[in-house]
Design a protein around this ligand. Structure first.
Ligand code: 8YV
Length: 321
């Protein structure tokens, strides 16, 4: 049987690329530039499968331009989020779509913890003052932050990443509250208190961490109205998707003191971020690296390949959407 042709859109981990090249006829984008609409459209006629990242946008418009003589049968994403894929449009063309859940939950939760602690404890200004040689004095009133231990944590989206973050937050004795579409069974909630509405959750969220996908319902979920419901001086953390936060509303909430700090790994505009945030030391920012550990990159690549292997073996891939 001839080997399936697979396009790997970005430079995945070495172990992933080695395994892919062993089992498939692969074309790897070693330049590591995001695939354009034209690239995706061309790939639809040339490849049996694509392994993309969240940087390749399979919008309805792009899928509508896919070749009439369609070769593409599966989009095996190297990501848990699939907001870059128009699932109904792909399904309509008979193209299977998979993602890589579970394997990045701990890495992303670790980064959320870093952002929460860094935002709460002046990591941006503290690092800069030491690094630039501007640290000339010390005072007990200097860079006083907000204590995490024992504080109330609100989690929006208690899926795998939300629960992994809650587990780490328990190590800081945080009182965990959550909003989710449905209440979790006790063995998953582990004592976290369920709120039936986001509004109710926000009222107790001294720290708020977002862990839900970006969908039509969650775009700008953190709006000006919702920021106003947070306790004074709350800290917000986002490792999910930039689309969840109205960034003008966030800036306004920071400037008026409703929130004291933010820790952000994702932005409305990526790559690049929001230039208006740069002037604010109480925004601790990272460039969408939630899952970027060596271990997790291998696990994500292998999970995408497991899905591909199952699909071409005529089985249902474990992560079929
Ligand atoms: C990944 C992510 O790095 O998996 C996701 O949804 O947002 C990131 O953690 C990225 O999507 C890889 O394609």
């Amino acid at each position: 049987m001839s080997r399936k042709r697979v396009w790997i859109t970005r430079r995945l981990s070495d172990a992933t690329l080695e395994r892919a090249a062993r089992d498939y006829d692969v074309v790897i984008n070693h330049e590591d530039t995001p695939g354009t609409a034209q690239d995706l459209i061309a790939a639809s006629a040339e490849f049996d499968a694509v392994i993309p990242c969240h940087s390749e946008h399979f919008s309805a418009d792009v899928v509508a331009q896919f070749a009439d003589r369609l070769r593409l049968r599966i989009v095996a994403n190297h990501s848990v989020g699939v907001d870059h894929c128009d699932l109904p449009a792909l399904k309509k063309r008979g193209i299977a779509v998979t993602n890589t859940p579970d394997v990045l939950s701990d890495a992303t939760a670790e980064l959320a913890m870093l952002l929460m602690l860094g935002a709460a404890r002046n990591a941006v200004a503290g690092d800069r003052i030491v690094r630039t040689g501007a640290w000339e004095s010390w005072s007990p009133a200097f860079m006083v932050g907000k204590q995490v231990t024992g504080a109330r944590l609100g989690i929006i989206g208690m899926g795998r990443v939300g629960r992994a973050f809650a587990a780490k937050a328990r190590g800081f004795d945080m009182e965990i509250h959550y909003y989710n579409r449905s209440e979790l069974p006790a063995n998953q909630a582990q004592g976290a208190r369920y709120h039936r509405s986001i509004e109710s959750l926000l009222g107790v969220a001294d720290f708020l961490s977002l862990h839900c996908p970006a969908t039509a319902e969650t775009i700008n979920l953190m709006s000006a109205d919702r920021f106003s419901l947070l306790p004074q001086g709350a800290v917000i953390v986002n490792t999910a998707r930039g689309a969840l936060i109205d960034e003008d509303a966030l800036l306004h909430a920071l400037i008026e003191g409703r929130i004291s700090a933010a820790g952000l790994d994702c932005f409305q505009e990526e790559p690049g971020g929001n230039p208006a945030f740069a002037a604010h030391d109480n925004i601790f920012m990272l460039p969408h690296i939630g899952s970027a550990t060596r271990e997790t990159r291998d696990a994500m690549g292998f999970r995408a390949l497991d899905n591909l292997d199952a699909f071409f073996a005529g089985q249902t891939p474990g992560d079929l959407l």
